[in-house]
Design a protein around this ligand. Structure first.
Ligand code: FES
Length: 98
């Protein structure tokens, strides 16, 4: 959550981080485009240890994140991160709203 409150969610393999958060009823993550990589309202910060485990960012994701004033080292769009076994216990924080 944005305020630092922690939620432990169970993620199904092959779902995205965005879908996992949204399906848990956490409405701070707007995900307005539904995962089409066109809105950036699913911006999250990924804990450093997990960054190297993620697929690389495509140009669209990178461009959208460039439009955020809150972009930082661990920024990713959560709709572009699919849950795999290697992401077990991944920690994400919802980025502030732009
Ligand atoms: S939900 Fe719109 S970019 Fe991720």
């Amino acid at each position: 959550m944005r305020d630092g409150e922690a939620h432990v969610l169970t993620a199904e393999a092959d779902r995205t981080v965005m879908e996992t958060i949204r399906d848990a009823g956490i409405d701070e993550l707007q995900a307005l485009c539904g995962g089409c990589c066109s809105c950036a309202t699913c911006h999250v910060f990924i804990q450093e240890d997990y960054m190297r485990l993620l697929p690389s960012m495509n140009e669209d994701e990178n461009d959208l994140l460039d439009g955020s004033e809150h972009r930082q080292e661990g920024s990713r769009l959560s709709c572009q991160i699919r849950i795999t076994d290697s992401l077990n216990r991944i920690v994400v924080q919802i980025a502030p709203e732009d």
